[in-house]
Design a protein around this ligand. Sequence first.
Ligand SMILES: Nc1ncnc2c1ncn2[C@@H]1O[C@H](COP(=O)(O)OP(=O)(O)OP(=O)(O)O)[C@@H](O)[C@H]1O
Ligand SMILES: [Mg+2]
Length: 311
Amino acid sequence: MIAARGLAKRFGHSLALRGISLDAEPGDVLGLIGPNGAGKTTTIRILATLIPPDTGSAQVAGCDVVNDVEELRRRIGFMPELFGLYDELTVEQYLDFFARVYGFCGRERRRVVDEVLELVDLTNKREDRCEGLSKGVRQRVYLARTLLHDPQVLLLDEPASGLDPQARIDLRVLLGQLKEQGKTLLVSSHILTELEQVCTRVVVIEAGRVRFAGTMSEVAETLGEREVTLRLLDEVGADKAEALLANHAKLRANELTRQGARLTFRLAAAPADVAGLHRELVGGGIDVFSFEVREPSLESLFLDVTQGEVR
Ligand SMILES: Nc1ncnc2c1ncn2[C@@H]1O[C@H](COP(=O)(O)OP(=O)(O)OP(=O)(O)O)[C@@H](O)[C@H]1O
Ligand SMILES: [Mg+2]
């Protein structure tokens, strides 16, 4: 659905992109992550056909960003970093206006407006004027506008920026729903923890280059270290588990902390090794009350792969 190869872009003396490649399959939510000035907006603007790349190529929803501009625009929804609404219109009038621009008429137009209002959960705000809306609601109104023509691909530039924690959760749920509908999403952010739960793939860019690209499980693989919290039935069980873990190859003994019958440790291991450890414990006759694994976070990946090269 999205395939970019070697995108480069120069603004005057500054090289904003130095060969960005990325891919997203149908149903993917691709997180485009990077610090300020990394090239996220430039990449998205190229994919949305607002600016052409100097070199490199890209296809979105089966269309080329240079040769099939009009058809590509019909197939995508684009939400820019900064946008305005028409303050004097109500939410419904605003959406109705753009539905008209997209060529919907009569009953059909009312239907698509009702549908997107429902989807972004703004039906009760349809009569409100855009002027007085909070940031989170404005964000959803704009998102509704990008959904009117039922695009296959959504390009969202920092949709979570400036939202309060509740609005971010709402946005995440909404992005999850769009993914369920089979849409392909590209979402940029430096607020990493917001994307973690909804992304299927991530591309971390910095200073116009890709530093890391992969699926969420590859992110976990790369980072390796998972945190395991193990609760045993009683202290005797905890003694046995501690003894078993003390000799475990993938775990350094000084990384284990114990509180009563609860053990916490970090493990540099693949998912199969983690499952194997669980099997060893149970196989060794140890009564495991709970075995909880925390995957490495995008936050730690981000700090790992970017080197603070902010421009
Ligand atoms: N129209 C422009 N004219 C000149 N320089 C530009 C232009 N657009 C982007 N740049 C430069 O290109 C680089 C990448 O900018 P871009 O906006 O793509 O980064 P970003 O990752 O979106 O950053 P942010 O997180 O701050 O939104 C920056 O150095 C920026 O100054
Ligand atoms: Mg930007």
